[in-house]
Structures are given as structure tokens and as C-alpha cells.
Ligand binder design. Structure first.
Ligand code: NAP
Length: 278
């Protein structure tokens, strides 16, 4: 690694043009007057190992990682945090001065921080949580809910076997439900999280009957394009507290910024606006 004062970080993935992370980090760099850059880097699977070897030599101090590299980077890292190992993927890399590659996953912590900031009265221990979806984001959400003390996690996924796989990995606190049983699954739940891609711009809406859900429940959608999904609109009409997916995106980014640029950034309205800017 070079000793240059100008620090470089970025996000690697393919495709990467849609990423909101460069706007967010640019905002934080400007706000704190830090001499650095954060750039989107389109890296193909076949170039990943070479890129991770070369970037620290060009002055990069770390990277965010997105699809399709989040699992592969774990195998290439020298040091993997416990939470990244548990989730089975990394989203934050640090190029250490001793040449070692450090891999972490801040998605679960970002999810919890977002709910705690936007719904300060939320008590995860107060009742079962329902998680819809069993992909990469679900793994982070489930590990965070277990850490936060949710007494039971009810899990439903279109492909049931994938949910059963997570039950095997994460243990007996998880109960698997059929995707067609989403309505009854919500009975007694105090937390409901959509981790599927349904509701994203270009995808069908997530439509589930909320009749059995208590208005005291917290409902969170990980989707953030659009911010106001049909799922959240229906939950709000039921009287539930709702939280969109942008807070998680911002909070998962903050630890990387702090490690690379030396300042814990604030997650506030200005950061939200920066991430949403066109
Ligand atoms: P993933 O690993 O590809 O998983 C996708 C999930 O969506 C799977 O459970 C899949 O079910 C389900 N799904 C897709 N199409 C569906 C359909 N038509 N009907 C029912 N289920 C469907 O993706 P991921 O990384 O977990 O991401 C999932 C979502 O979370 C995306 O919208 C992503 O943008 C969002 N996310 C947000 C944040 C944030 O910071 N806010 C962070 C990470 C992810 P099958 O298993 O049956 O295919």
C-alpha cells in the first residue's frame, strides 16, 4: 500500500452503475472535508482476485462489495469477522497495512441500527418476528434478529427448501412456513421484514393479507427503490409503524467509511437526501 494522503475507496460489483454508495460517500467526504475519493468499480468474477491484489497497490484502503462478489470475497480474505462468517458473505473489505485482506459484513448491524433509529420504541424481544425471503439479505436480517433477542423467527420463502436450509444453519429459533401461509404466519408477530426483491421497481408488488397482524407491530421493507412500497403502504393502513430500506443502506455503509477515512459519519436527513439524489 502507498503512504499517499489521498485515500481511495470504492464499491466493486457487476453491474455497478445503479449503486447509490458513491453519492453517499461523496456527501460524507465533502461534509467532513476529507481528501479522498469513493468510486464505483465494475469488476467481473474472472478479474476479482487480480483486482483485490492490485487495488491496495494503487492506494485503495478498502471496498464495499456487492452482487456477485459478496460470497467469493470471503474465500479470498485472510481475516473474516465472526458475523461475516455467520452470514456467509462480506460487504466491507479493508486492505490492511500488513498486506492482509480483512472481510466484514455490516448488513445485519445496519438493519438493526436503522430500526433503532427510526423506530426507537421497537422491542425485538416482545414477540415473534416474520422474515419473508431466504436470500443473502435474509441471512443478515436473521442473524441480527437472533442477536437482538427475537424469541422466534418465522421464515417463509417462495422456494421453501432455501428457508429450510437457513433453519438448519441458524437453529431452532426459526420456524419455516409455506409461502401461501403468509397471512396466518403474521399472528402475534411484533416485527415483519420483507427481504425479497418483490416491490422493487420493475418487480411485482408484495401483497399479503395483514388481517392477523397487530397494529403494534413494526414493519420493515429492505427495498428502497421505491421508498414507499405497496407492502409498507398496506402495513401503515393497518396502523403499524413502518420503516423503509434506505436506513439500512446508510447504516451498513457507516462502519466502512469510518475505517477507511477515520471519521464516523452521521446518518441523518442530509445523508438520506444525498443517497437518493439523481
Ligand atoms: P437474493 O439473495 O437474490 O434473494 C432474493 C429473494 O427474493 C429470495 O428469497 C427470492 O426467493 C425472493 N424473490 C425474488 N423474486 C420473487 C418473486 N417473484 N416472488 C417471491 N419471492 C421472490 O437477493 P438479496 O441480496 O437477498 O436481496 C433481496 C432484496 O433486499 C433486494 O430487494 C435488495 O435490494 C434488498 N436489500 C436491501 C439492502 C438495504 O441496505 N436496504 C441490503 C441488501 C439487500 P427464491 O429463493 O424463491 O428465489
Amino acid at each position: 500500500m502507498t503512504d499517499s494522503v489521498l485515500k481511495l475507496a470504492g464499491v466493486i460489483g457487476a453491474p455497478i452503475a445503479h449503486s447509490r454508495s458513491p453519492r453517499l460517500h461523496r456527501h460524507w467526504l465533502d461534509r467532513y472535508g476529507i481528501d479522498g475519493h469513493y468510486v464505483p468499480l465494475e469488476v467481473r468474477q474472472s478479474d476479482l482476485t487480480e483486482a483485490l491484489g492490485m487495488l491496495p497497490r494503487l492506494g485503495f484502503v478498502g471496498l464495499n462489495v456487492t452482487i456477485p462478489h459478496k460470497e467469493t470475497v470471503l474465500r479470498l480474505a485472510d481475516i473474516v469477522t465472526d458475523r461475516a462468517a455467520l452470514i456467509g458473505a462480506a460487504n466491507t473489505l479493508i486492505f490492511r497495512k500488513d498486506g492482509k485482506l480483512h472481510a466484514d459484513n455490516t448488513d445485519g448491524a445496519g438493519f438493526l441500527a436503522s430500526l433503532r433509529q427510526e423506530a426507537p420504541h421497537w422491542v425485538p424481544e416482545s414477540g415473534p418476528a416474520a422474515v419473508l425471503g431466504a436470500g443473502g439479505a435474509a441471512r443478515a436480517v436473521i442473524s441480527a434478529l437472533i442477536e437482538a433477542g427475537a424469541p422466534e423467527i418465522r421464515l417463509a420463502n417462495r422456494t421453501r427448501t432455501r428457508a429450510e436450509g437457513l433453519r438448519t444453519e441458524f437453529g431452532a429459533r426459526i420456524t419455516v412456513y409455506d409461502w401461501v401461509q403468509l397471512g396466518p404466519m403474521l399472528e402475534e408477530c411484533m416485527t415483519v421484514v420483507n427481504t425479497t426483491a418483490l416491490g422493487m421497481t420493475g418487480k411485482p408488488d408484495l401483497r399479503i393479507p395483514f388481517d392477523a397482524l397487530s397494529p403494534a407491530a413494526l414493519v420493515n421493507d429492505l427495498v428502497y427503490t421505491p421508498l414507499r412500497t405497496h407492502f409498507l403502504t398496506e402495513a401503515a393502513a393497518r396502523g403499524c409503524t413502518t420503516v423503509d430500506g434506505l436506513g439500512m443502506l446508510l447504516h451498513q455503509a457507516a462502519p466502512g467509511f469510518e475505517r477507511w477515512f477515520g471519521r464516523r459519519p452521521e446518518v441523518d436527513a442530509a445523508a438520506r437526501a444525498a443517497a437518493l439524489a439523481e
